[in-house]
Design a protein around this ligand. Sequence first.
Ligand SMILES: C[C@](O)(CO)[C@H](O)COP(=O)(O)OP(=O)(O)OC[C@H]1O[C@@H](n2ccc(N)nc2=O)[C@H](O)[C@@H]1O
Ligand SMILES: Nc1ncnc2c1ncn2[C@@H]1O[C@H](COP(=O)(O)OP(=O)(O)OP(=O)(O)O)[C@@H](O)[C@H]1O
Length: 308
Amino acid sequence: MASVNSLLLSSPAKLNLYLDVLGRRPDGYHELLTFFERISLCDTVRLTEIQTDEIVLSCDSRLVPSDAANLAWQAADLLRRSFGVKKGVKIEIQKQIPVGGGMGGGSSNAATVLLGMNRLFGMRLSRPVLVDLANRLGSDVAFFVSGRRFAIGRGRGGDLTGVSIPPRVRLWHVLFVPPKNIMTKDVYALFDRGSQRSRTGRNPRETLTLTKNNENVNILLSCLKEGDLRFLNRKIYNRLSEIVIESYGFVSELRTDLSKLGFKWLHMSGSGPTLFVVCKDQKYAQRVYDKARARLSDKCHVFIAATL
Ligand SMILES: C[C@](O)(CO)[C@H](O)COP(=O)(O)OP(=O)(O)OC[C@H]1O[C@@H](n2ccc(N)nc2=O)[C@H](O)[C@@H]1O
Ligand SMILES: Nc1ncnc2c1ncn2[C@@H]1O[C@H](COP(=O)(O)OP(=O)(O)OP(=O)(O)O)[C@@H](O)[C@H]1O
């Protein structure tokens, strides 16, 4: 019997420890400065070479399309078209990362397909070539292709700078995910409307200069290297959180509930609605997890994850 060429891969989520929106770009996207962290909450992606010249996709979540609308399907298609690959592939996705939670699940699946097909078909494409493909699929895809635990993203988010953080540095998080999701593009549109109002003086928002932003990211980096979590908590920042909390009642309610449980430093990842805390170790994370599960299991899903 012929052996089956197949790979079983982990497809991790991300958190944004820093996210500032610096302005609107000529291509309609937003200019970002962000600090990514790869975390241990993972989907599973199985890739199998098939004899027919097609991409076949299945996914165990009904919130995710299983056709050409799936970002993982688009990744396989882009790779095949760019390099004239004739072989077909079956993609089977098992979701763990909440869909539309701000943790980059779809982008991660797409990156896993790029990296996985490169291996499966022995294509030997270099990391920069894969990063280039990634940036044609979405703003978060390049980070997952980079293979880094932490990175700074500029431009649309995919213009990456690596940071050197010792492997011993590992953050622990508890993630609080409301049962409703939020569309990223809606959040950016709300943000634009908010910024317009601020220009007319009705809704002033703090605007950070680029120098201030770079300084903040550098401080965040040193806190991480030194394991200074107290100061790190003060430096974690998300420019989109204010507009998300103002616009989506279920997020502000969850934040209030979590504050009442005594969680002081609550952060939001990406365009939300996932909220998270940073814990000093696994034991503390477990305590936070148990408390939130006991009191808020009807309001949100709770996960523990660490830097991966
Ligand atoms: C919120 C973040 O997750 C932070 O890492 C990203 O900015 C969004 O990443 P993503 O979902 O991979 O983004 P994409 O798939 O490229 O874009 C989704 C939508 O978000 C908006 N978008 C995204 C990135 C960016 N720099 N500017 C934008 O305005 C656009 O309206 C776009 O239609
Ligand atoms: N492989 C995939 N996994 C999850 N969602 C996908 C996938 N492909 C397409 N989608 C669609 O993309 C949308 C956003 O999904 P995703 O879970 O990536 O959001 P997100 O985590 O908020 O993204 P980000 O943080 O990158 O903005 C959903 O509407 C979903 O149907």
